[in-house]
Design a protein. Structure first.
Lengths: 415, 415
DNA sequence: ATGGTTATCCAAAAAAGTTTCATAATGGGC
DNA sequence: GCCCATTATGAAACTTTTTTGGATAACCAT
């Protein structure tokens, strides 16, 4: 083992060249099939390459490309694809080339959303297509053990629906409320039962791979960037209004943690004001919230208010607009600081259509030097779980490109 | 020319290996000498390596290291260094190895700060040590042509003091108020004469290298990170209080632009409130500001107020605290969003010591979930120009590591 | 002055990639 | 239905770069 100093960069013997070429071929074919993202049906025929095309695209000679492809087929990452249909206008003469594609079925990834009132698990193939999902409600007072048991059940069920074996899991990530440290331990959370517990450990013991843990709002904005309303917008702000109130942002495609992991969080003072506003909002559910203590009041789902607002009921509409305005006031500093291309509004409020987004838009118009687009999320309640899938895929990609000849990742390597 | 597809990554023939090894050696030796940053005198003897040490650190064999080093000495990037002093405790036997170091005198970089009332030019060697500086006042109403002429004069003077030839300039950057596009054209500025002009073109025609243009606050926070109060803090917020009022932030060591280039700017509404507060502040200079129009009022230097506050004059002190509090209110959203490790207070207000920083600190304590450290900048008025130097060095490093065998950079390549 | 120790230099071998050429497979033309 | 043009595939010879191992050179300490 050579000691590689800081800033020494990568260097090496001729075998390093092979690693480079293998990674380049893998990147090409992986990008070709993953670009479709969540759009399942659209197999564009651009996901397969002939060996000659690979050689040209990567910039290596044909024999080398063949060698690399054979090794990767041997490993199971690449597979022979169906021959390309005779495209009109294209040369039809000559021996047909075999086509090679990244094998998106070579494994799967798991994404979990540990929310306050539910646990959601998604299973996706390596192209990011969701092939299994399960969703279980969780009681507000459930313990950390009960919650992780529910998560395990959800994962098992999602795997069953996806027709996959746990051994095929190549990466996993979990999204949850609160601030999680790098090792997965939850430091602060609106689920007090979870504080002090390590989600990474709770789920990691059950899965064959380490579990990456992230804040649910960060996961959601990543999902919106990947396959939602912020597609292609590397700078975005995500505002979540529903049973959970939260925010996050994306800069250059990543969601910065900040020094304490609290970047983009709604600050305590604004949070208290928002709780008051939330009380007014949910009072339209008909439940007598005025006397409820804070914690129980926050457990009430404002969905009926959003639905009423969408139906056009004036009072409900006003309540949604008022809350959205209050929420925009609490997060305008976030938007001004990030200067995003788009602001995505997600959570249960999306059932009210553009009502909340309009209110947020009009406030931002008053305070921003440049107004961002304000759009409603198409991902709904799955955003955080989808973000966990995206995080798991990123994890998988890293190990894939850096070490394509070690299937999976052992706990030892991850240490 | 091979077409390298998106995500295809780098690949190549055996000569690619050489490039890799050359870049690795260069990185090692460059990092060794540049780590000292602005601390000029401290040559730590760790800036030079023997060939054997290079081979070990980079992870290549000795003959290869020797080959690479010879090629780089030939190119002029590396140079034989003074033999290492006989360190006690170290092996003193055997043939002494020649020591090699990055030649920080192989060229120089230029950094310019085009402020509203002054033009400042710095010249630094490739280790980032400032070896020449010049500073000229500029009239408030000066035209873009006059300002760029002043900049050229300042650069020429700084080069003369540094005893360097313009042909030795390997990279250059300019910092200025306002929002500059990627091509260097100023879109919005508090110097209306500069709007619509391209600083890159105005100075680039005069220099042998393209000029990178950046906002002065972004440059300043980079400088604080590089060689100031935010050293080692990759997430930081910079607040500037003086003749110029502004802010910026750093996340993971970079200052994000945002979609319109306005990320981290003080929003218009807060800006108007700050102008009122500024009027109160500078009224303590004794100048009758109450009747002055906005533009002329902003031209008044509040330095005398800061000095009076530092001397302990109660009214001046109160004025500084009041303004600092108002300023903190306008930028608290920035701090909350970034969740920085440190908030750096810079600009003329630093002569008042901790008075402003204390006021800012106490407000942040009320609104932040996690309080950052609040410290006063040691860079003073040079922060933006130092940041320009840092940007120029980054530019230089990119070309150096990607193409070490083409000295300098032609306009054609930069296109 | 001399021996030990370390740096430097040189030659042969190994690894990976490229070029060149022969062979295989298919579709269209006669 | 057969043949040929066309393109993919596969194997051999050559180039570049690195590594390994040994021979030589330079300096410090005795």
């Amino acid at each position: 083992m050579s000691v590689k100093g800081v800033g020494a960069g990568h260097a090496g013997d001729p075998s390093a060249l092979r690693k480079l070429n293998v990674a380049a071929v893998l990147r090409l074919l992986y990008a070709a099939q993953a670009s479709g993202a969540a759009g399942a049906g659209e197999v564009t025929a651009a996901d397969r390459y002939t060996v000659t095309e690979i050689a040209q695209a990567v910039g290596i000679s044909r024999p080398t490309a063949e060698d690399v492809v054979d090794a990767l087929v041997e490993q199971g990452w690449l597979a022979a694809a169906a021959p390309r249909p005779a495209t009109p206008g294209r040369r039809s003469a000559g021996r047909p080339a075999r086509t090679i594609a990244f094998d998106s079925q070579a494994g799967c990834v798991v994404g979990v959303d540990l929310a306050r009132h539910s646990v959601r698990a998604l299973v996706a193939d390596l192209a990011g297509r969701v092939i299994g999902r399960a969703d279980y409600p969780v009681a507000d007072g459930a313990s950390a053990a009960e919650r992780s048991a529910a998560a395990r059940t959800a994962i098992t069920e999602a795997l069953r629906l996806a027709d996959r074996d746990p051994a095929q899991i190549l990466a996993a990530a979990a999204a949850t409320v609160g601030i999680a440290r790098a090792d997965g331990q939850v430091v602060r959370s609106t689920i007090p039962q979870m504080e002090g517990h390590s989600i990474g450990e709770l789920l990691g013991a059950f899965l064959p791979v380490p579990v990456r843990v992230a804040n649910d709002m960060r996961a959601a904005v990543l999902a919106e960037y990947w396959a939602g309303a912020a597609a292609g917008c590397s700078s975005a702000v995500y505002l979540h209004v529903g049973r959970r109130i939260g925010s996050s942002y994306l800069i250059d495609g990543v969601s910065p943690l900040g020094h304490h992991g609290a970047a983009g969080e709604i600050p305590p003072e604004s949070g208290r004001q928002l709780v008051d506003a939330y009380r007014k909002l949910v009072s339209f559910t008909g439940v007598g919230v005025d006397t409820l203590p804070r914690d129980e009041m926050l457990g009430i789902d404002p969905l009926t208010v959003f639905e009423a607002a969408q139906r056009g009921e004036t009072d409900a509409r006003r309540a949604v607009v008022d809350f959205a305005d209050e929420f925009a006031a609490a997060t305008e500093g976030l938007v001004i600081t990030v200067d995003p291309e788009v602001v995505v509004v997600g959570g249960g409020v999306v059932v009210a259509g553009d009502i909340a987004a309009d209110a947020i838009r009009s406030r931002l118009a008053r305070v921003c030097m440049f107004e961002p687009r304000v759009v409603v999320s198409p991902l709904g309640e799955s955003a955080a779980a989808m973000g966990a899938i995206r995080l798991a895929l990123t994890d998988f990609e890293e190990t894939l490109f850096s070490n394509p000849f070690a299937r999976g990742r052992t706990a030892e390597e991850a240490g």
